[in-house]
Design a protein around this ligand. Structure first.
Ligand code: NAG
Ligand code: NAG
Ligand code: NAG
Length: 442
């Protein structure tokens, strides 16, 4: 009797679950229909002309969905307008700006490309940013590191003894591979001094004293991580890693590539670079030395001491704890750049899609979102003189500041204007000397 009782309860439960399943299914369907009829996806409009093709598609970003296009006629229905830093034009912003328009900026380059970008007057008009700065809304600080795995992989790592056996004659084994010879950081001036103290193999068009193997000559600028190039670089003990401009967190392949191939970077660039090393001591920092002579002496010493040399390569040689920097680990895990499928533009679109879907409190970017000093900083020179081009770069930044202020005025007046209007205003201010040095910058 008791057994039959249980059996009845069991059957009843099964039937109930079965009925519930239908009810739930209907509810889910009903909800889906309602969602698709009432909520058209939020629209994002690329204002910059960095794609030559027309682009209009629905993008699925996890639980969020947005329509992303570069058809300018969709401006009135766009929730967010997207700008790509390198393609910005002073005379080409969507004016008048409607109050519903969020502006979002993706900019991974140093200020030399867009000289007004570092200024608050300009940045404050954006609601969302993705830059190298850790303070931007979607930081891409480690964008130039292919993957966390590359950082610890032994694929290209040569032993100290192998590197030493490869040398003809006395040399600390330093490689320099740069082709931009007019930098805000004074790279070429510093290298001229360093190369008076130690042998450096320079293969780029700056201060070249050797030719790359023929198989590498054409492609080394487009294919920064080609296996052939990595193998070539990995024989060296040190690699010069001086950025073309000094900004907080502006870190390019110059830092990561030597780390990937087990070569010690000689770094100058982001003042807070030590925050991003895989271990406490993974690179040599130009700013730790008073001048190139002192740095040269240190490199000579280090190039002959195996124990000391290898102590810089813990990310390769300590198999149980290769990355000991929590901040770097956290960043590599949190931000999805380090995957093969990573698409620079799509990742940004999705970040803006999520942001635009939850319209939270009012948000404006500021100078920290693109953290560059307003007066260029350069590597310490022995001669105590400034780099040759220092004055030119300072004036360039002054013009940048002037441009940022004009844009600020135009954006606030919120009326349409064009490039000619912008140029006329710039010329007016230059003639009146209103673009000259701002004492606040000194
Ligand atoms: C090499 O460096 C180590 C420290 O890593 C030091 O103890 C040792 O004396 C150095 N050897 C020489 C020959 O300078
Ligand atoms: C690897 O790093 C850990 C943590 O710092 C340390 O305890 C250990 O001794 C290191 N191992 C080697 C082989 O250097
Ligand atoms: C977006 O930025 C503009 C310009 O700074 C500002 O006026 C507006 O209130 C911001 N909107 C939101 C939703 O944060």
């Amino acid at each position: 009797m008791r057994f039959a009782h249980r059996w009845i309860i069991g059957i009843t439960c099964l039937i109930l679950v079965w009925l519930l399943h239908f009810v739930c299914w209907d509810l889910v369907e009903l909800f889906d229909v309602q969602k698709s009829t009432t909520a058209a996806p939020i629209e994002l409009l690329w204002w910059s002309h960095h794609f030559s093709f027309v682009y209009d598609e629905v993008r699925q970003c996890g639980a969020f969905e947005c329509r992303v296009t570069n058809k300018r006629q969709r401006l009135s229905s766009a929730r967010a307008v997207l700008f790509y830093g390198t393609a910005l034009k002073t005379g080409d912003f969507p004016m008048p700006r409607s109050p519903q328009h969020l502006w979002a900026l993706l900019h991974e380059e140093s200020p030399r490309n867009v000289i007004y970008a570092p200024f608050d007057d300009f940045l404050q008009h954006f609601n969302f940013t993705s830059t190298f700065s850790r303070y931007s809304d979607q930081p891409i600080t480690t964008q130039w590191l292919p993957s966390a795995h590359d950082l610890i992989s032994m694929d290209y790592t040569m032993s100290f003894d192998f590197k030493s056996s490869n040398l003809n004659g006395p040399s600390p084994s330093v490689v320099f591979l740069n082709s931009d010879c007019d930098t805000m950081s004074g790279r070429e001036d510093y290298m001229k001094e360093l190369m008076r103290h130690i042998n450096v193999d320079s293969f780029g068009s700056c201060l070249r004293n050797k030719d790359l193997p023929a198989s590498l000559q054409n492609d080394y600028l487009n294919n920064l991580y080609s296996p052939k190039l990595l193998r070539f670089l990995s024989r060296y003990k040190f690699m010069i890693a001086i950025e073309n401009a000094v900004c907080e967190d502006y870190i390019t392949e110059k830092f990561w590539r030597p780390l990937v191939v087990g070569v010690i970077p000689i770094y100058f660039g982001s003042p807070s670079i030590k925050d991003w090393q895989p271990q406490k001591k993974s690179a040599i920092f130009v700013s730790d030395f008073p001048n190139a002579a002192a740095l040269g002496r240190y490199i000579m010493e280090l190039s002959e001491n195996k124990t000391e040399y290898d102590s810089f390569r813990g990310h390769k040689l300590n198999r149980s704890h290769p990355i000991q920097n929590e901040k770097l680990l956290h960043h590599l895990i949190t931000y999805p750049h380090q995957t093969r499928e990573y698409d620079f533009f799509e990742t940004f679109e999705c970040a803006v899609c999520k942001y635009a879907t939850h319209s939270g409190p009012i948000k404006r970017a500021n100078a920290r979102h693109y953290n560059c000093p307003l007066v260029p900083i350069y590597a310490p020179l022995e001669s105590k003189k400034e780099p040759e081009r220092a004055t030119d770069w300072r004036s360039a930044m002054e013009v940048g500041q002037c441009q940022a202020r004009i844009l600020d005025t135009f954006f606030r007046s919120n009326k349409p204007y064009n490039e000619a209007d912008f140029e006329a205003e710039l010329n007016r201010r230059m003639d009146d000397n209103r673009c000259s040095i701002d004492p606040k910058l000194h």
